[in-house]
Design a protein around this ligand. Structure first.
Ligand code: ADP
Ligand code: ASP
Ligand code: MG
Length: 408
């Protein structure tokens, strides 16, 4: 079999863990498999590099940020190759340029366009374990790019698709995908399996156990995907098309603290203003999430929306520069917010779900600032300080842990 394994930052955080992973990789090869391994930067290396950049230039260009951030993953693959070689194995480390992981031009949030498989296949033929840097690519200008925070998962799944691998294993610091973040909700339950679609929703709403785009790619190319722990032999969670899982009212809860709200206040109440604001955001490559337009007053109205925290500076700068053209009286923002979402295929046909969600917030004394709904999810914007408590409350309200229990 050809197996692609990905190990996250915490799994390779120090020398001891690097050797633990090196042994797992060697054991996988010994079972007769070809092994390609994608690695993230060690521990909190990426956060550390971002902090270093901020010290020097808080408004550093995305190009230079990517140039800096890709170094974290390069350290990991080289160190892992050294560990495997020290244990008597044969490994070779490769970065995105050496492999040929081509991406779009967008720095800090690039998408993979094509992966060249020749170099990796040659190395495998020679009996090498191939270690590939996650999170990074090279764009059409020949510059380094990154795939967005948590993007190593996407590198792994895309490699599995490109190499036609039999299996893609994502090794992390929890035993699989749970009904809520197991670090926050103590009685969250591990799922044996989850459908691509539900996982896609959970990931896009902040359950960072998988990078959202990795699930998209897995679904598109039908990659056999398993999430499991690098510290244990527990079987983990299979992410796949069809699922035996009961159709639950609510199958998971996700929280996202990486959000900011912007309010464009006192905009003239006339056609075209929403277009102008969101066109400006699109030009700056800022993705907008929940949007709320208030009722007009005195011929003016407020338009509020949420964006990823990393885009806040860029968005505010663009709005301030265009304040007059947008006829805005004030541009306000709030960083102390978070999104709390529930996901479940069963809620489309069940009108009581939203009310139960709001009741859980009311019981927990949490104020709701914005609401957004779709067929299979409801998202609330709430104060960031309340997010953990709110997540526990809603998980409890829907009794996800007990109701969802399958006879194993
Ligand atoms: P890695 O460094 O291995 O990529 P991440 O920190 O990116 O690991 O993702 C794993 C973390 O995701 C877990 O430690 C957990 O706190 C968090 N998480 C959030 N939601 C979930 C969920 N529904 N199931 C499992 N883990 C979750
Ligand atoms: N090292 C990168 C990050 O911290 C990519 C990853 O871990 O997947 O976001
Ligand atoms: Mg991750």
């Amino acid at each position: 079999m050809l197996i692609v394994q990905k190990y996250g930052g915490s799994s390779v955080a120090n020398a001891e863990r690097v050797f633990n992973v090196a042994k797992r990789i060697l054991a996988t090869q010994k079972e007769g498999n070809d092994v390609v391994v994608v690695l993230s930067a060690q521990g909190k290396t990426t956060d550390g590099l971002i902090a270093k950049a901020k010290e020097i230039n808080p408004k550093a260009s995305r190009r230079e940020m990517d140039m800096l951030l890709v170094t974290g993953e390069q350290q990991s693959v080289a160190l892992m190759a050294m560990a495997i070689n020290a244990l008597g194995g044969r490994a070779v480390s490769l970065n995105a340029v050496q492999v040929g992981i081509e991406t779009t031009n967008t720095y800090s949030n690039a998408r993979i366009r094509k992966i060249h498989s020749e170099r990796i296949e040659n190395e495998l033929e020679q009996g090498n374990i191939v270690l590939v840097t996650g999170f990074q690519g090279v764009n059409m200008l020949g510059d380094m790019t990154t795939l967005g925070r948590g993007g190593s998962d996407t590198s792994a799944v895309a490699l599995a698709a490109a190499l036609n691998a039999d299996l893609c294993e994502i090794y992390t610091d929890v035993e699989g995908v749970y009904t809520a973040d197991p670090r926050v909700v103590k009685d969250a339950r591990k799922l044996d399996e989850i459908s691509y679609d539900e996982m896609l929703e959970l990931a896009s709403l902040g359950a960072k156990v998988l990078h959202c785009r990795s699930v998209e790619v897995a679904k598109k190319y039908n990659v056999k995907l398993v999430v499991r722990s690098s510290m244990s032999d527990a079987p983990g969670t299979e992410v796949k098309e069809e699922c035996k899982m009961e159709r639950m009212l609510v199958s998971g809860v996700a929280a996202d603290k990486n959000v900011s709200r912007i309010s464009v206040l006192g905009v003239k109440d006339e056609p075209g203003k929403a277009f102008e604001i969101f066109d400006l955001m699109a030009r700056e490559k800022v993705s907008v999430d929940i949007i709320l337009q208030s009722n007009g007053h005195d011929g003016r109205q407020d338009i509020s929306f949420t964006i990823g925290q990393e885009d806040l500076d860029i968005a505010l700068k663009a709005l301030e520069e265009n304040k007059e053209r947008l006829t805005a009286q004030e541009i306000a923002h709030d960083e102390n917010v978070a999104k709390l979402s529930i996901v479940g295929a069963g809620m489309a046909t069940n009108p009581g779900v939203a009310a139960m969600f709001f009741e859980a917030m009311y019981d927990a004394g949490v104020n709701i600032e914005m609401i957004s709904t779709s067929e299979i999810k409801i998202t609330l914007l709430i104060p960031r300080k309340d997010i953990d408590e709110a997540m526990i409350a809603v998980h409890d309200k829907f009794k996800i842990a007990s109701v969802n229990m399958r006879k194993d």
